[in-house]
Ligand binder design. Structure first.
Ligand SMILES: [Cu+2]
Length: 352
């Protein structure tokens, strides 16, 4: 039976009254573009940036991002051929800096995006392809794209800031070397442009290809949602705890290949621990022979590599930062390993 005492009623009424008066007194209508806050970078530079903790009562997310889709989505660009047979891949990347993303229930964050999401699209090509990246800056600040890899200096995205409000630049270079590389904005102060989300993954496949596998991309990121130069959340692919609540389905006896890139700022290291298994690890993915067989790698800023493994036993397995603070603040996920039926169909005639 429901019993409402007079004191319970008083507490409820008092809470509602305090809540409503707080809204009236501090309406705090936050707009990601207009609210500036003083922010001191690690190099001591004082900047004014969009650093408000955004009020959930007056905020709507303007970012659509599905970490499950992002995980296995590769952008091979628009493909054409030169007369000498060279493959040309053309991509368009648009930067914006006014979007708001609900990164965790009720936690809104002003993200700066490439093609509307954090991370930006995973650009994929084969070594030797000619890449043409049409960059459009629809933001309110200068931005660029700096690709890690080998290219001419004028294509490095550092000394050629692209102006706001529709500025354009075409990055053109040959894809290489083989491996997994980050790309990110390189406008100063760098940490401001990176922590807001202007980064993505660039995969260069070897000409001979790699063994077929269930391939996925994991960007390890940190979110400093209150701009105190410390991350409040950590994640694999931006949304804290996402793959714990939505386990990644894989199969037993099937090769899994993860392109992992660490984009966490402020904390010097990150790491990746896999449960119930070990993985072959290819640092930067530049070598076709693995360097380690381990269940733990440590990654500094923009350090990355390729992990390969297969599960023998079905079931649920965690993967997470073994830096416990990071896993408790969101960098944790689950592989749900299903029995691979094709493998089970092997008919073994015992004694027949
Ligand atoms: Cu930028």
């Amino acid at each position: 039976m429901l019993k409402i005492t007079r004191s319970t009623l008083m507490i409820v009424l008092l809470s509602v009254t305090i809540g409503l008066s707080a809204i009236v007194v501090f309406p705090n209508f936050s707009d990601a573009e207009s609210e500036l806050k003083t922010f001191i970078t690690h190099s001591g530079k004082v900047i004014r940036t969009t650093g408000e903790v955004i009020d959930p009562l007056y905020t709507v997310s303007t970012v659509e991002f599905d970490p499950m889709e992002y995980l296995r989505e590769f952008n091979y660009g628009e493909v054409s051929k030169l007369s000498d047979g060279t493959t040309v891949r053309e991509y368009t990347i648009v930067a914006e800096d006014d979007k708001v993303m609900e990164v965790s229930p009720g936690v809104f964050y002003n993200v700066w995006t490439y093609n509307g999401t954090v991370p930006g699209p995973t650009i994929r090509a084969t070594e030797g392809d000619l890449l043409k990246i049409n960059f459009i800056n629809n933001g309110s600040k200068e931005h660029t794209i700096h690709f890690h890899g080998i290219h001419p200096s004028g294509m490095d995205g550092v000394f050629e800031p692209v102006g706001p409000g529709g500025g354009k630049f075409v990055y053109e270079f040959e894809a290489g070397p083989v491996g997994v590389h980050p790309y990110h904005c390189h406008v100063m102060p760098l940490e401001e442009h990176i922590i807001h989300g202007l980064y993505g993954v660039f995969i260069v496949d070897p000409k001979e290809g790699r063994e077929p596998a269930d391939e996925m991309v994991m960007v390890l990121n940190g979110l400093d949602t209150d701009f105190d130069t410390e991350n409040n959340f950590y994640a694999a692919n931006t949304i804290p705890f996402y793959y714990q609540h939505h386990p990644i389905q894989i199969n037993t006896n099937e090769l899994i290949r993860i392109y992992v890139v660490n984009m966490v700022e402020f904390d010097p290291i990150n790491n990746f621990h896999l449960h119930g298994n070990l993985y072959e690890y290819y640092p930067t993915g530049t070598d076709l022979v693995p360097s380690f067989y381990t269940d733990m790698i440590t990654l500094s800023q923009t350090e990355r590599g390729i992990m390969e493994f297969e599960y023998t036993y079905p079931g649920k397995y965690l993967f997470h930062a073994h830096k416990v603070e990071f896993s408790e603040k969101g960098w944790v996920g689950i592989f749900l390993v299903n029995d691979n039926e094709e493998q089970d169909v092997k008919e073994v005639g015992y004694g027949n």
